[in-house]
Design a protein around this ligand. Structure first.
Ligand code: F6R
Length: 260
């Protein structure tokens, strides 16, 4: 795992967008795993600017959602497909038909989850999966206790996560209780995992995920098992990392040939 500590949130966004831009530029048919929530928004803004400036293109890419609420109508603005379209994919040249997510409206959720895992394999796997981290250490919507080898399935959100996400809705009671999320095993099949976290509220879960024990109690600790995981944090989110000085030194001394 590589930890990149940046001065602030815009600098973290630039690092994350740089990873995605490199995948777009170097792979013939790149597959991007997209997260929602506040954490990836800065990177999405940078990518939109790059596309508008003609410096990046999603024309050959596919994009797959990490998770989706269950129980919202398909056109609800806070549904994750709608969120990702609004903040990224409708603003760039990604063909609309190549944005994939679990079909939570099909009426058969277990079948939809299994179909989604099949689809991820059919598109050739995910080249780079963007991730945020929940205040309770969740990854995707794999809440504490999630099997480290889980597949895409229905999960129940903790009341803490619902409270955290209430800011996107009229109130906490409006936040759905259930979601379909890629499992931790599913997420782990992406070739590169990039977690971005900024702000003091993320310091504790980031430290638990990066330097704590590997445990289902902190689902994001599964990053420790991945051969290519990058954690991009600002100074505030890095505040509780014991090895922060080493991470800074390693990143500052990175040779040109060693990419993230
Ligand atoms: C989003 C997702 C969640 C969020 C996490 C952090 O698709 O799966 O794991 O990344 O809840 O949310 P923010 O970024 O809003 O703090």
């Amino acid at each position: 795992m590589e930890v990149v500590i940046t001065a602030d949130e815009p600098a973290a966004a630039t690092v994350v967008a740089g990873v995605v831009a490199r995948v777009l530029a170097t792979r013939a048919a790149p597959v991007l795993g997209l997260a929602t929530g506040s954490s990836p928004l800065g990177a999405y803004r940078v990518l939109v600017e790059q596309v508008r400036a003609g410096r990046a293109s999603f024309a050959g890419a596919s994009a797959v959602l990490l998770d989706e609420y269950v129980g919202l109508p398909p056109d609800h603005p806070e549904g994750y497909r709608a969120f990702v379209r609004r903040h990224l994919t409708d603003l760039v040249d990604l063909p609309a038909a190549r944005l994939y997510g679990p079909d939570v409206w099909s009426g058969d959720l277990p079948a939809a989850c299994a179909a989604y895992d099949r689809l991820l394999a059919e598109v050739g796997g995910v080249d780079v999966q963007l991730l945020g981290i929940g205040s309770d250490g969740h990854l995707g919507f794999n809440e504490p206790g999630s099997s480290l080898r889980s597949r895409t399935r229905v999960k129940t959100l903790t009341s803490r996560t619902r409270a955290d996400n209430a800011r996107f809705f009229a109130g906490p009671d409006e936040v759905p209780r259930h979601v379909v999320t890629q499992g931790l095993g599913t997420i782990g099949e992406a070739r590169h995992l990039v977690l971005v976290a900024c702000g003091a509220a993320k310091a504790e879960p980031v430290a638990a995920a990066v330097e704590g024990p590997l445990t289902a109690s902190c689902p994001a600790s599964v990053l420790q098992l991945h051969p290519h995981a990058t954690v991009v944090v600002d100074e505030a989110a890095a505040a509780r990392l014991r090895h922060a000085d080493y991470y800074r030194e390693a990143y500052a001394g990175k040779p040109d040939w060693q990419t993230l």
